[in-house]
Design a binder for this molecule. Structure first.
Ligand code: BGC
Length: 245
């Protein structure tokens, strides 16, 4: 099946038609700068432009970088506060004229990784962490998503974990791989203490540098890099919308 997947991020809004059977793109990927400030109305207009670009007249899967419950965005760690309490699903459906499912960006990436990437055929408890501007998380139990886990905002050493283990924190504070790996280890160990996972999958842009930080990351659980790289969000959004078709 082909479905339009859209990934709303803090700096870019990206979309492509997803081949949900193969977990790949069935079109070119289009990227439009996220309007600043990234208020709901302005972002919805960009989503409508992307839908229009593909002449899309069917379901759309759309990610959002915050908690999304039943189509309503409930947090805004790295986006405009106006999103808190916004009925994003209705907003995007009105703008695009299409049925839309909205889900957390890390949950979408996790869906794609579990189906087509590093989590394929993995049972038990799997945690996918996306390390980018923020830290996103998704949790799967025997392949079934538990949405909106937000493990990126655990409090570690009195601080929001995202400020220690995001790729943005690594760059902003100029951490060495070793220093950052130590922080990431603490984050993973804390999650181990809470839920004893079977597998950690590390995604986000920094996952392509996995070999650099992996030697400095220590915990008892198996850790592997994500495989879908920057396709994960869009592909996962497309898969999530299959039920709307
Ligand atoms: C948000 C999450 C999101 C992550 C990655 C965090 O700040 O709270 O909902 O998944 O950033 O974008």
């Amino acid at each position: 099946m082909e479905i339009l997947g859209i990934d709303i991020g803090g700096s870019g809004i990206k979309g492509a038609i997803v081949d949900t059977k193969h977990g790949d793109f069935a079109s070119d990927r289009i990227r439009i700068e996220t309007p600043q400030p990234a208020k709901p109305q302005a972002v919805a207009e960009v989503v409508a432009r992307i839908s229009g670009h593909f002449g899309w007249k069917a379901a759309i899967g759309c990610t959002f970088p915050a908690v999304v419950q039943h189509g309503v965005t409930l947090s805004a760690a790295n986006v405009d506060d106006e999103w808190i309490g916004t009925d994003a699903k209705t907003l995007l459906e009105t703008h695009t004229g299409n049925p839309v499912i909205v889900l957390n960006d890390a949950d979408a990436a996790g869906i794609a990784e579990m189906k087509f990437g590093a989590g394929r055929n993995r049972r038990g408890l799997v945690v996918i962490l996306t390390l980018g501007t923020g830290v996103g998380s998704s949790l799967f139990i025997n392949g079934q998503l538990v949405p909106n886990t937000e493990f990126g905002h655990l409090i570690i050493r009195g601080k929001d974990a995202e400020w220690r283990t995001s790729d943005r924190a690594r760059q902003a504070k100029d951490y060495s791989w070793k220093a950052w790996g130590k922080r990431l280890s603490e984050h993973l160990q804390y999650m181990e203490a809470l839920i004893t996972p079977d597998l950690f999958i590390i995604g986000g842009g920094v996952s392509k540098k996995f070999e650099k930080f992996f030697p400095h990351v220590h915990c008892d659980t198996e850790i592997v890099p994500a495989q879908l790289r920057n396709r994960a969000g869009i592909v996962g959004a497309g898969i999530a919308a299959v039920d709307l078709m």
